[in-house]
Design a protein around this ligand. Structure first.
Ligand code: SF4
Length: 379
């Protein structure tokens, strides 16, 4: 079956899902309501990984809607994407990086997605014309890399991706291009079976300008034979594969799980890049976010089980003000450092914050009206 057919045959209704998983009647009604608001799409490959006998199965939690999604605490734009948008679909938050929203579609609509506001929904925030993005990048010589994201750009036809890369190719101040995609995990055949895509990536990945794939493995059970094959195919085409794990309650919130994931990723040639604190996203934070003090402890304990290579990731909060690394804890105080900052003057700033046990984010109640955090600077 081609990857396009697999995509078409993905599970999109509760009725279809009932052939694989059991639901109670009252639950079914609520889940239908949930997917009216945020669509469901589960590739059969991914569904086959779900343990149907375990209602708390971590793979299930990432793919199957839950009635917890009816909780409306949180925000749909936790990192200030709107204010960083320069033209529709192009964000420029950090000087050297341009981020492109290329599509609102994905192979799977992960229930924990931080772009829940757009995946499978509105196209309003997407890039309309790639040539306009290329002009913006060309005119901003400080940009040395472009991250093509979405949604998942690898659900786009290979010819569309070729158009993107062709337009970026003549821009001499670009050192690398990244694709943010979860298809190595959710629909690995997209990579394994499309030799045209691999030719394209190999063609554009040169000694001087690499193509990177940034993917998202969150649990060791996602590292299947097909996923390994997809990663191997990418690496064989000269692509560097990095991983961003999201720390998720009920999925990977134990030191052993996190350590086993990072170790296994290194074994298949994937570089651990970031572990992200789950953002306070509406219909996500309620059931997926781990409070910060505990999250830090999980990450640190996992590092005790990891070799140097496997713990090269940074534990990061992708915050409105920048990428904030969580670097230490003393009692109920956490220590932070700006790894990237929206405002250059904050770059590298080190600060601390006393936290309550249930706090999962900095300076925000998790609601749409966001206050600036009250930081304690360390001099
Ligand atoms: S593939 Fe990525 S963008 Fe798409 S729903 Fe999952 S996390 Fe979100």
């Amino acid at each position: 079956m081609t990857w396009e057919t697999q995509l078409k045959e993905s599970i999109r209704t509760i009725g279809e899902l009932e052939h694989f998983l059991d639901f109670r009647l009252h639950e079914k009604k609520k889940l239908k309501k949930v997917i009216e608001r945020h669509p469901m799409c589960i590739p059969r490959h991914y569904l086959s990984l779900v343990d149907r006998n375990d209602p708390y199965d971590p793979i299930r939690a990432m793919a199957v809607p839950s009635i917890d999604e009816l909780d409306l605490h949180g925000s749909y734009d936790t990192s200030g994407e709107k204010e960083n948008t320069k033209i529709s679909g192009l964000q420029h938050k950090y000087g050297q990086t341009a981020l492109i929203l290329s599509t609102n579609r994905c192979a799977m609509y992960c229930r924990h997605c931080f772009r829940k506001r757009l995946v499978g929904l509105s196209q309003n925030e997407l890039l309309q014309r790639f040539d306009e993005a290329a002009i913006y990048v060309k005119d901003h010589r400080e940009i040395n890399n472009v991250l093509i994201s979405g949604g998942d750009p690898f659900v786009l036809p290979t010819s569309t991706l070729a158009g993107f890369l062709d337009m970026l190719a003549p821009i001499d101040h670009l050192s690398f291009v990244r694709f943010g995609t979860r298809v190595p995990v959710t629909l690995p055949d997209r990579i394994i079976e499309d030799s045209e895509l691999m030719h394209l990536l190999r063609f554009h990945s040169s000694k001087q300008r690499r193509i990177f794939v940034v993917t998202q493995f969150n649990h060791p059970r996602e590292i299947t034979e097909r996923a390994i094959e997809a990663v191997h195919t990418l690496i064989s085409a000269g692509i560097v594969v990095n991983n961003q794990t999201v720390l998720l309650r009920g999925v990977n919130d134990s030191p052993a799980c996190l350590a086993s994931l990072q170790n296994a990723l290194v074994g298949i040639g994937v570089n651990p890049y970031y572990v992200f604190q789950c953002r306070p996203v509406k219909r996500v934070m309620h059931h997926f976010q781990v409070p910060l003090l505990r999250a830090y402890q999980i990450v640190e304990l996992s590092k005790k089980m990891l070799n140097g290579h496997s713990k090269r990731f940074k534990f990061i909060m992708s915050h409105r003000r920048g990428k904030i690394e969580i670097v230490g804890r003393k009692g109920d105080t956490l220590y932070f450092k700006f790894h990237q900052a929206r405002s250059v003057k904050n770059m590298g700033d080190f600060f601390s914050r006393k936290l309550r046990l249930n706090e999962g984010w900095l300076g925000e109640s998790g609601e749409d009206h966001v206050k600036e955090p009250a930081y304690t600077a360390i001099v």
